[in-house]
Write a protein that binds this ligand. Structure first.
Ligand SMILES: Cc1ncc(COP(=O)(O)O)c(C=O)c1O
Length: 488
Protein backbone atom coordinates (compact mmCIF):
# COMPACT_ATOMS: atom_id res chain seq x y z
CA UNK A 1 0.00 0.00 0.00
CA UNK A 2 1.26 3.50 -0.78
CA UNK A 3 1.07 5.52 2.43
CA UNK A 4 0.88 9.32 2.31
CA UNK A 5 1.34 11.75 5.14
CA UNK A 6 2.08 15.36 4.35
CA UNK A 7 4.40 17.03 6.82
CA UNK A 8 5.17 20.71 6.83
CA UNK A 9 8.84 21.14 7.74
CA UNK A 10 8.25 24.88 8.33
CA UNK A 11 5.34 24.41 10.72
CA UNK A 12 5.86 25.33 14.36
CA UNK A 13 3.91 22.13 15.24
CA UNK A 14 6.44 19.43 16.13
CA UNK A 15 6.79 16.61 13.62
CA UNK A 16 5.52 13.89 15.96
CA UNK A 17 2.31 15.88 16.55
CA UNK A 18 1.82 16.39 12.81
CA UNK A 19 2.18 12.63 12.27
CA UNK A 20 -0.15 11.92 15.20
CA UNK A 21 -2.80 14.33 13.86
CA UNK A 22 -2.55 13.06 10.28
CA UNK A 23 -2.90 9.41 11.31
CA UNK A 24 -5.77 10.18 13.68
CA UNK A 25 -7.53 12.04 10.86
CA UNK A 26 -7.06 9.10 8.48
CA UNK A 27 -8.51 6.74 11.08
CA UNK A 28 -11.48 8.97 11.83
CA UNK A 29 -12.32 9.52 8.16
CA UNK A 30 -12.06 5.81 7.41
CA UNK A 31 -9.03 6.13 5.13
CA UNK A 32 -7.40 3.73 7.56
CA UNK A 33 -9.84 0.96 8.36
CA UNK A 34 -10.20 -0.88 11.68
CA UNK A 35 -7.63 -3.71 11.95
CA UNK A 36 -5.61 -2.28 9.04
CA UNK A 37 -1.88 -2.75 9.49
CA UNK A 38 0.34 0.32 9.66
CA UNK A 39 3.85 0.53 8.26
CA UNK A 40 6.60 -0.20 10.77
CA UNK A 41 8.00 2.83 12.59
CA UNK A 42 11.27 2.29 10.70
CA UNK A 43 9.59 2.20 7.27
CA UNK A 44 7.39 5.22 7.94
CA UNK A 45 10.31 7.21 9.39
CA UNK A 46 12.33 6.41 6.30
CA UNK A 47 9.60 7.40 3.86
CA UNK A 48 8.93 10.65 5.73
CA UNK A 49 12.61 11.44 6.14
CA UNK A 50 12.32 11.81 9.95
CA UNK A 51 13.94 10.03 12.89
CA UNK A 52 12.40 6.72 13.90
CA UNK A 53 11.94 8.00 17.48
CA UNK A 54 9.62 10.70 16.12
CA UNK A 55 7.29 8.14 14.54
CA UNK A 56 7.48 5.94 17.65
CA UNK A 57 6.36 8.90 19.78
CA UNK A 58 3.33 9.48 17.50
CA UNK A 59 2.41 5.78 17.48
CA UNK A 60 2.70 5.62 21.28
CA UNK A 61 0.32 8.52 21.71
CA UNK A 62 -2.22 6.93 19.35
CA UNK A 63 -1.85 3.61 21.17
CA UNK A 64 -2.41 5.25 24.54
CA UNK A 65 -5.57 6.93 23.20
CA UNK A 66 -6.87 3.67 21.77
CA UNK A 67 -6.62 4.52 18.06
CA UNK A 68 -3.87 1.95 17.47
CA UNK A 69 -3.00 -1.36 19.02
CA UNK A 70 0.14 -3.44 18.83
CA UNK A 71 0.19 -7.15 18.26
CA UNK A 72 3.39 -8.55 19.68
CA UNK A 73 5.60 -9.97 16.96
CA UNK A 74 3.20 -8.83 14.22
CA UNK A 75 3.05 -5.04 14.11
CA UNK A 76 0.82 -2.03 14.74
CA UNK A 77 -2.82 -2.02 13.66
CA UNK A 78 -5.75 0.39 13.67
CA UNK A 79 -7.87 -0.40 16.72
CA UNK A 80 -11.06 -2.37 16.06
CA UNK A 81 -13.07 -0.22 18.49
CA UNK A 82 -12.26 3.40 17.93
CA UNK A 83 -12.36 5.85 20.83
CA UNK A 84 -14.86 8.20 19.13
CA UNK A 85 -17.19 5.23 18.62
CA UNK A 86 -16.95 4.46 22.31
CA UNK A 87 -17.39 8.06 23.37
CA UNK A 88 -20.49 8.61 21.20
CA UNK A 89 -22.30 5.27 21.32
CA UNK A 90 -24.30 4.95 18.08
CA UNK A 91 -28.10 5.30 18.09
CA UNK A 92 -29.97 2.12 17.39
CA UNK A 93 -31.76 3.93 14.52
CA UNK A 94 -29.31 5.31 11.96
CA UNK A 95 -29.96 9.05 12.03
CA UNK A 96 -28.57 11.84 9.90
CA UNK A 97 -25.13 11.18 11.38
CA UNK A 98 -25.06 7.92 9.39
CA UNK A 99 -24.84 9.81 6.10
CA UNK A 100 -21.41 9.81 4.43
CA UNK A 101 -18.97 12.39 5.72
CA UNK A 102 -18.99 15.60 3.66
CA UNK A 103 -15.20 15.34 3.79
CA UNK A 104 -15.16 12.15 1.72
CA UNK A 105 -12.73 12.60 -1.14
CA UNK A 106 -13.56 12.20 -4.81
CA UNK A 107 -11.98 9.34 -6.77
CA UNK A 108 -9.29 11.81 -7.85
CA UNK A 109 -8.72 12.93 -4.24
CA UNK A 110 -8.45 9.35 -3.06
CA UNK A 111 -5.92 8.49 -5.75
CA UNK A 112 -3.89 11.50 -4.65
CA UNK A 113 -4.17 10.56 -0.98
CA UNK A 114 -2.81 7.11 -1.74
CA UNK A 115 0.48 8.36 -3.16
CA UNK A 116 3.41 7.62 -0.89
CA UNK A 117 4.97 10.70 0.64
CA UNK A 118 8.29 9.35 -0.57
CA UNK A 119 11.67 10.33 0.77
CA UNK A 120 12.18 14.03 1.16
CA UNK A 121 14.14 15.59 -1.70
CA UNK A 122 15.14 18.40 0.61
CA UNK A 123 17.89 17.05 2.83
CA UNK A 124 18.64 19.67 5.45
CA UNK A 125 22.39 19.16 5.34
CA UNK A 126 25.34 21.54 4.85
CA UNK A 127 26.14 19.76 1.56
CA UNK A 128 23.10 18.66 -0.39
CA UNK A 129 23.01 17.15 -3.86
CA UNK A 130 19.27 17.88 -3.98
CA UNK A 131 17.89 17.99 -7.45
CA UNK A 132 15.55 20.51 -9.09
CA UNK A 133 17.02 23.97 -8.90
CA UNK A 134 19.32 25.93 -11.13
CA UNK A 135 22.03 28.06 -9.47
CA UNK A 136 19.70 30.66 -7.95
CA UNK A 137 22.56 32.92 -6.86
CA UNK A 138 23.47 33.40 -10.53
CA UNK A 139 20.07 34.73 -11.66
CA UNK A 140 20.54 38.29 -13.04
CA UNK A 141 18.11 39.83 -10.59
CA UNK A 142 19.38 43.38 -11.20
CA UNK A 143 18.32 43.24 -14.85
CA UNK A 144 15.05 41.58 -13.89
CA UNK A 145 14.33 44.38 -11.41
CA UNK A 146 14.98 47.07 -14.04
CA UNK A 147 12.69 45.42 -16.57
CA UNK A 148 10.01 44.90 -13.95
CA UNK A 149 10.09 48.49 -12.79
CA UNK A 150 9.95 49.73 -16.39
CA UNK A 151 6.84 47.62 -17.02
CA UNK A 152 5.26 48.88 -13.80
CA UNK A 153 5.29 52.45 -15.08
CA UNK A 154 2.30 51.54 -17.21
CA UNK A 155 -0.92 49.88 -16.19
CA UNK A 156 -1.88 47.96 -19.31
CA UNK A 157 -1.22 44.61 -17.64
CA UNK A 158 -3.76 45.02 -14.83
CA UNK A 159 -6.86 43.55 -16.48
CA UNK A 160 -7.54 39.94 -17.49
CA UNK A 161 -5.58 39.07 -20.60
CA UNK A 162 -7.52 39.07 -23.84
CA UNK A 163 -6.09 35.65 -24.71
CA UNK A 164 -5.64 32.84 -22.17
CA UNK A 165 -3.02 31.27 -24.48
CA UNK A 166 -0.52 33.89 -23.29
CA UNK A 167 1.10 37.24 -23.95
CA UNK A 168 1.62 37.65 -27.71
CA UNK A 169 5.21 38.99 -27.73
CA UNK A 170 6.33 36.21 -25.38
CA UNK A 171 4.72 33.55 -27.56
CA UNK A 172 6.44 35.11 -30.56
CA UNK A 173 9.85 35.13 -28.84
CA UNK A 174 9.45 31.49 -27.78
CA UNK A 175 8.40 30.44 -31.29
CA UNK A 176 11.51 32.11 -32.75
CA UNK A 177 13.79 30.47 -30.17
CA UNK A 178 12.26 27.01 -30.65
CA UNK A 179 12.42 27.20 -34.43
CA UNK A 180 16.07 28.28 -34.45
CA UNK A 181 17.53 26.39 -31.50
CA UNK A 182 15.39 23.27 -31.24
CA UNK A 183 14.17 22.80 -34.83
CA UNK A 184 10.58 22.76 -33.55
CA UNK A 185 7.96 23.45 -36.21
CA UNK A 186 5.73 26.10 -34.75
CA UNK A 187 3.81 29.28 -35.22
CA UNK A 188 3.19 31.55 -32.19
CA UNK A 189 -0.53 30.63 -32.41
CA UNK A 190 0.36 27.06 -31.43
CA UNK A 191 2.01 28.16 -28.19
CA UNK A 192 0.22 28.04 -24.86
CA UNK A 193 1.97 29.71 -21.92
CA UNK A 194 1.48 27.60 -18.79
CA UNK A 195 2.35 27.72 -15.12
CA UNK A 196 5.42 25.58 -15.70
CA UNK A 197 5.66 22.11 -17.20
CA UNK A 198 3.59 20.84 -14.32
CA UNK A 199 0.49 22.64 -15.54
CA UNK A 200 1.18 21.64 -19.13
CA UNK A 201 1.23 17.99 -18.06
CA UNK A 202 -1.87 18.48 -16.01
CA UNK A 203 -3.91 20.16 -18.78
CA UNK A 204 -2.76 17.62 -21.38
CA UNK A 205 -3.77 14.76 -19.11
CA UNK A 206 -7.15 16.27 -18.28
CA UNK A 207 -7.93 16.86 -21.93
CA UNK A 208 -6.46 13.76 -23.53
CA UNK A 209 -6.49 10.90 -21.02
CA UNK A 210 -9.63 9.26 -19.64
CA UNK A 211 -9.61 6.99 -16.56
CA UNK A 212 -8.57 3.52 -17.72
CA UNK A 213 -6.54 4.77 -20.71
CA UNK A 214 -2.98 3.53 -20.92
CA UNK A 215 -0.10 5.98 -20.66
CA UNK A 216 3.36 4.66 -21.50
CA UNK A 217 6.32 6.26 -19.84
CA UNK A 218 10.03 5.75 -19.50
CA UNK A 219 11.23 3.54 -16.64
CA UNK A 220 12.65 5.28 -14.65
CA UNK A 221 10.78 8.51 -15.29
CA UNK A 222 9.82 11.86 -13.76
CA UNK A 223 7.80 11.13 -10.61
CA UNK A 224 5.74 14.34 -10.84
CA UNK A 225 4.59 13.46 -14.36
CA UNK A 226 3.79 9.89 -13.35
CA UNK A 227 1.63 11.14 -10.50
CA UNK A 228 -0.39 13.35 -12.78
CA UNK A 229 -1.19 10.42 -15.07
CA UNK A 230 -1.96 8.14 -12.11
CA UNK A 231 -4.17 10.74 -10.41
CA UNK A 232 -6.26 10.90 -13.58
CA UNK A 233 -6.85 7.15 -13.30
CA UNK A 234 -4.59 6.16 -16.20
CA UNK A 235 -3.00 2.71 -16.40
CA UNK A 236 0.74 3.23 -16.36
CA UNK A 237 2.85 1.20 -18.75
CA UNK A 238 6.58 1.51 -17.97
CA UNK A 239 9.00 1.04 -20.88
CA UNK A 240 12.67 0.37 -20.09
CA UNK A 241 15.33 2.90 -20.93
CA UNK A 242 18.91 2.13 -21.99
CA UNK A 243 21.84 4.21 -23.25
CA UNK A 244 19.80 5.21 -26.34
CA UNK A 245 16.75 6.28 -24.34
CA UNK A 246 13.28 4.71 -24.44
CA UNK A 247 13.27 1.21 -25.94
CA UNK A 248 10.82 1.76 -28.80
CA UNK A 249 10.81 -1.94 -29.82
CA UNK A 250 9.42 -2.88 -26.42
CA UNK A 251 6.85 -0.09 -26.68
CA UNK A 252 5.79 -1.36 -30.10
CA UNK A 253 5.35 -4.90 -28.70
CA UNK A 254 2.87 -3.71 -26.06
CA UNK A 255 -0.54 -5.32 -26.30
CA UNK A 256 -3.61 -3.10 -26.13
CA UNK A 257 -3.99 0.51 -27.18
CA UNK A 258 -1.70 3.15 -25.75
CA UNK A 259 -3.19 6.61 -25.64
CA UNK A 260 -0.16 8.68 -24.84
CA UNK A 261 3.62 8.31 -24.35
CA UNK A 262 5.55 10.64 -22.06
CA UNK A 263 9.22 11.04 -23.04
CA UNK A 264 12.25 13.19 -22.19
CA UNK A 265 14.24 12.60 -25.41
CA UNK A 266 17.00 15.21 -25.18
CA UNK A 267 18.04 14.32 -21.63
CA UNK A 268 16.13 11.37 -20.27
CA UNK A 269 15.02 12.02 -16.71
CA UNK A 270 16.78 10.85 -14.59
CA UNK A 271 19.30 8.70 -16.50
CA UNK A 272 20.46 11.44 -18.90
CA UNK A 273 20.32 9.18 -21.98
CA UNK A 274 19.63 10.82 -25.33
CA UNK A 275 16.97 9.21 -27.51
CA UNK A 276 18.84 8.10 -30.65
CA UNK A 277 17.73 9.34 -34.07
CA UNK A 278 16.58 5.88 -35.30
CA UNK A 279 14.47 5.51 -32.15
CA UNK A 280 13.03 9.01 -32.56
CA UNK A 281 11.92 8.16 -36.07
CA UNK A 282 10.60 4.75 -34.97
CA UNK A 283 8.65 6.40 -32.13
CA UNK A 284 7.03 8.91 -34.48
CA UNK A 285 6.10 6.18 -36.98
CA UNK A 286 4.69 4.01 -34.20
CA UNK A 287 2.64 6.90 -32.77
CA UNK A 288 1.20 7.76 -36.15
CA UNK A 289 0.30 4.14 -36.87
CA UNK A 290 -1.29 3.65 -33.43
CA UNK A 291 -3.04 7.00 -33.27
CA UNK A 292 -1.13 7.67 -30.03
CA UNK A 293 0.09 11.06 -28.82
CA UNK A 294 3.60 11.89 -27.63
CA UNK A 295 4.30 14.31 -24.78
CA UNK A 296 7.85 15.52 -25.35
CA UNK A 297 9.28 17.11 -22.18
CA UNK A 298 12.37 19.11 -23.22
CA UNK A 299 12.95 20.40 -19.68
CA UNK A 300 16.69 21.22 -19.68
CA UNK A 301 17.71 20.96 -23.32
CA UNK A 302 19.44 24.36 -23.18
CA UNK A 303 22.34 22.78 -21.33
CA UNK A 304 24.64 20.57 -23.37
CA UNK A 305 28.38 20.55 -22.70
CA UNK A 306 29.69 18.61 -25.68
CA UNK A 307 28.54 17.19 -28.97
CA UNK A 308 25.93 18.70 -31.22
CA UNK A 309 22.51 19.80 -29.93
CA UNK A 310 19.85 17.25 -30.79
CA UNK A 311 16.81 18.63 -32.59
CA UNK A 312 13.48 18.11 -30.91
CA UNK A 313 11.32 15.10 -31.71
CA UNK A 314 8.45 17.43 -32.55
CA UNK A 315 10.29 18.89 -35.56
CA UNK A 316 11.03 15.48 -37.07
CA UNK A 317 7.42 14.53 -37.69
CA UNK A 318 4.29 16.09 -39.07
CA UNK A 319 3.73 18.06 -35.86
CA UNK A 320 0.32 16.37 -35.42
CA UNK A 321 1.17 13.69 -32.87
CA UNK A 322 3.63 15.52 -30.59
CA UNK A 323 2.86 18.00 -27.81
CA UNK A 324 6.14 19.73 -27.00
CA UNK A 325 6.75 21.07 -23.46
CA UNK A 326 9.40 23.52 -22.26
CA UNK A 327 10.02 25.51 -19.09
CA UNK A 328 11.89 28.55 -17.77
CA UNK A 329 12.35 26.85 -14.38
CA UNK A 330 15.83 25.63 -15.31
CA UNK A 331 17.13 28.54 -17.39
CA UNK A 332 15.83 31.19 -15.00
CA UNK A 333 14.18 30.20 -11.71
CA UNK A 334 11.41 27.77 -10.76
CA UNK A 335 9.18 30.20 -8.85
CA UNK A 336 8.70 32.17 -12.07
CA UNK A 337 6.23 29.37 -12.95
CA UNK A 338 6.36 29.99 -16.67
CA UNK A 339 6.47 27.13 -19.12
CA UNK A 340 5.00 26.55 -22.56
CA UNK A 341 3.48 23.94 -24.83
CA UNK A 342 3.60 23.73 -28.60
CA UNK A 343 0.29 22.21 -29.61
CA UNK A 344 -0.87 20.57 -32.82
CA UNK A 345 -2.97 23.40 -34.33
CA UNK A 346 -6.25 21.51 -33.96
CA UNK A 347 -5.84 21.32 -30.16
CA UNK A 348 -5.28 25.07 -29.59
CA UNK A 349 -8.91 26.09 -28.95
CA UNK A 350 -9.62 23.34 -26.40
CA UNK A 351 -6.40 23.99 -24.48
CA UNK A 352 -7.24 27.69 -24.46
CA UNK A 353 -10.62 26.89 -22.93
CA UNK A 354 -9.08 24.53 -20.35
CA UNK A 355 -6.47 27.12 -19.36
CA UNK A 356 -9.17 29.76 -18.90
CA UNK A 357 -11.19 27.43 -16.70
CA UNK A 358 -8.15 26.26 -14.71
CA UNK A 359 -6.73 29.65 -13.71
CA UNK A 360 -7.59 32.21 -16.42
CA UNK A 361 -3.99 32.96 -17.47
CA UNK A 362 -0.35 33.21 -16.46
CA UNK A 363 0.24 36.66 -14.86
CA UNK A 364 0.74 39.22 -17.64
CA UNK A 365 3.37 41.26 -15.81
CA UNK A 366 5.81 38.34 -15.50
CA UNK A 367 5.17 37.29 -19.08
CA UNK A 368 5.89 40.82 -20.32
CA UNK A 369 9.10 41.10 -18.29
CA UNK A 370 10.22 37.73 -19.61
CA UNK A 371 9.41 38.79 -23.17
CA UNK A 372 11.61 41.88 -22.69
CA UNK A 373 14.33 39.78 -21.09
CA UNK A 374 14.41 37.56 -24.18
CA UNK A 375 14.01 40.36 -26.75
CA UNK A 376 16.89 42.35 -25.27
CA UNK A 377 19.25 39.37 -25.45
CA UNK A 378 19.56 38.81 -21.67
CA UNK A 379 18.30 35.24 -21.78
CA UNK A 380 20.74 34.19 -24.47
CA UNK A 381 23.65 35.79 -22.57
CA UNK A 382 22.54 34.21 -19.30
CA UNK A 383 22.30 30.74 -20.84
CA UNK A 384 25.71 31.11 -22.49
CA UNK A 385 27.29 32.14 -19.18
CA UNK A 386 25.53 29.41 -17.22
CA UNK A 387 26.54 26.78 -19.72
CA UNK A 388 30.23 27.31 -18.92
CA UNK A 389 29.46 27.66 -15.21
CA UNK A 390 27.59 24.33 -15.08
CA UNK A 391 30.14 22.66 -17.32
CA UNK A 392 32.81 23.45 -14.70
CA UNK A 393 30.59 22.19 -11.87
CA UNK A 394 29.82 19.03 -13.78
CA UNK A 395 33.51 18.46 -14.41
CA UNK A 396 34.19 18.91 -10.68
CA UNK A 397 31.60 16.22 -9.96
CA UNK A 398 33.09 13.82 -12.52
CA UNK A 399 36.60 14.37 -11.13
CA UNK A 400 35.45 13.83 -7.54
CA UNK A 401 33.62 10.61 -8.46
CA UNK A 402 36.59 9.29 -10.39
CA UNK A 403 39.03 10.20 -7.62
CA UNK A 404 37.05 8.66 -4.79
CA UNK A 405 35.17 5.81 -6.44
CA UNK A 406 37.09 5.00 -9.65
CA UNK A 407 35.29 2.29 -11.58
CA UNK A 408 32.93 1.60 -8.64
CA UNK A 409 30.84 4.54 -9.85
CA UNK A 410 29.29 4.64 -13.32
CA UNK A 411 28.08 8.01 -14.55
CA UNK A 412 25.07 7.47 -16.77
CA UNK A 413 23.95 9.64 -19.65
CA UNK A 414 25.36 12.36 -21.81
CA UNK A 415 27.29 15.53 -20.96
CA UNK A 416 24.15 17.56 -20.49
CA UNK A 417 21.59 18.93 -18.07
CA UNK A 418 21.81 20.03 -14.46
CA UNK A 419 22.25 16.69 -12.75
CA UNK A 420 23.79 13.30 -13.33
CA UNK A 421 22.66 9.86 -12.31
CA UNK A 422 25.36 7.63 -10.88
CA UNK A 423 25.26 3.87 -10.33
CA UNK A 424 27.49 2.59 -7.54
CA UNK A 425 28.98 -0.87 -7.16
CA UNK A 426 28.15 -1.60 -3.55
CA UNK A 427 26.04 -3.88 -1.36
CA UNK A 428 25.12 -1.14 1.10
CA UNK A 429 21.35 -0.62 1.19
CA UNK A 430 20.44 2.85 -0.11
CA UNK A 431 18.55 3.80 3.04
CA UNK A 432 21.55 3.01 5.24
CA UNK A 433 23.91 4.99 3.04
CA UNK A 434 21.52 7.95 2.94
CA UNK A 435 21.09 7.93 6.72
CA UNK A 436 24.83 7.73 7.39
CA UNK A 437 25.58 10.44 4.81
CA UNK A 438 22.96 12.67 6.41
CA UNK A 439 24.64 12.26 9.81
CA UNK A 440 27.87 13.35 8.14
CA UNK A 441 26.18 16.43 6.68
CA UNK A 442 25.72 15.17 3.12
CA UNK A 443 22.27 14.94 1.51
CA UNK A 444 22.01 12.14 -1.05
CA UNK A 445 19.05 11.69 -3.39
CA UNK A 446 18.14 8.13 -4.34
CA UNK A 447 16.85 7.52 -7.87
CA UNK A 448 14.52 4.79 -6.55
CA UNK A 449 11.31 6.91 -6.33
CA UNK A 450 11.58 7.64 -10.06
CA UNK A 451 10.97 3.94 -10.79
CA UNK A 452 7.41 2.69 -11.08
CA UNK A 453 8.61 -0.88 -10.49
CA UNK A 454 11.49 -2.04 -8.34
CA UNK A 455 14.60 0.03 -8.72
CA UNK A 456 17.88 -1.83 -9.18
CA UNK A 457 19.16 0.21 -6.20
CA UNK A 458 22.50 1.91 -5.61
CA UNK A 459 21.59 4.71 -8.03
CA UNK A 460 21.70 8.32 -6.94
CA UNK A 461 20.87 11.63 -8.60
CA UNK A 462 23.48 14.33 -8.09
CA UNK A 463 22.66 17.89 -8.95
CA UNK A 464 25.74 20.04 -9.51
CA UNK A 465 24.02 23.42 -9.71
CA UNK A 466 24.06 24.66 -6.14
CA UNK A 467 27.44 23.52 -4.82
CA UNK A 468 30.86 24.88 -5.67
CA UNK A 469 33.72 22.58 -6.68
CA UNK A 470 35.08 22.33 -3.10
CA UNK A 471 31.71 21.36 -1.65
CA UNK A 472 31.20 18.81 -4.42
CA UNK A 473 34.62 17.25 -3.72
CA UNK A 474 34.03 17.22 0.04
CA UNK A 475 30.57 15.66 -0.34
CA UNK A 476 31.79 12.88 -2.60
CA UNK A 477 34.83 12.21 -0.43
CA UNK A 478 32.61 11.88 2.66
CA UNK A 479 30.33 9.52 0.79
CA UNK A 480 33.27 7.35 -0.20
CA UNK A 481 34.58 7.26 3.40
CA UNK A 482 31.15 6.18 4.63
CA UNK A 483 30.97 3.46 1.96
CA UNK A 484 34.38 2.17 3.06
CA UNK A 485 33.33 2.15 6.73
CA UNK A 486 30.03 0.38 6.05
CA UNK A 487 31.62 -2.17 3.77
CA UNK A 488 34.50 -3.12 6.06
C1 LIG B 1 11.64 16.02 -16.14
C2 LIG B 1 11.25 17.40 -15.70
N1 LIG B 1 10.40 18.11 -16.44
C3 LIG B 1 10.03 19.35 -16.10
C4 LIG B 1 10.52 19.96 -14.96
C5 LIG B 1 10.13 21.40 -14.65
O1 LIG B 1 8.92 21.53 -14.11
P1 LIG B 1 8.25 22.98 -13.90
O2 LIG B 1 8.34 23.71 -15.20
O3 LIG B 1 6.86 22.65 -13.53
O4 LIG B 1 9.02 23.68 -12.82
C6 LIG B 1 11.38 19.25 -14.13
C7 LIG B 1 11.83 19.88 -12.88
O5 LIG B 1 12.45 19.41 -12.02
C8 LIG B 1 11.77 17.95 -14.53
O6 LIG B 1 12.63 17.25 -13.78
Amino acid sequence: MEFTLLLDPHSPVPCYQQIYAALRQKILTGQLAPRQRLPSTRALAQSLGVARATVTQSYNQLISEGYLQTVVGSGTYVGDQLPETLLHAPDTEPGPSASPSPLTLSAYGQRLANFAAGPSTEPNTPISFRYGRPALDQVPLGIWRQLLSRRCRRADWLDYAADPMGYGPLRGAIATYLTQARAVQCHPDQILITNGTQQALSLATQLLVSPGDTVALEEPSYLSARRIFASQGANLHPIPVDGDGLNVDILADATGPIRLVYVTPSHQFPTGAVLSLPRRLALLTWAQRQGALILEDDYDSEYRYGGRPIPALQGLGSGQSVLYLGTFSKVLFPSLRIGYMVLPPALGPIFSRAKWLADRQVPTLEQAVLADFIAEGHLERHIRRMRSHYDRQRQAMVTALQTHFGDRATILGDKAGLHMMVRFQTDIPDAELIARAEQAGVGLISAAPQYLGNSPGHEFIFSFTELDADAIATGIEKMSTICAQLQS
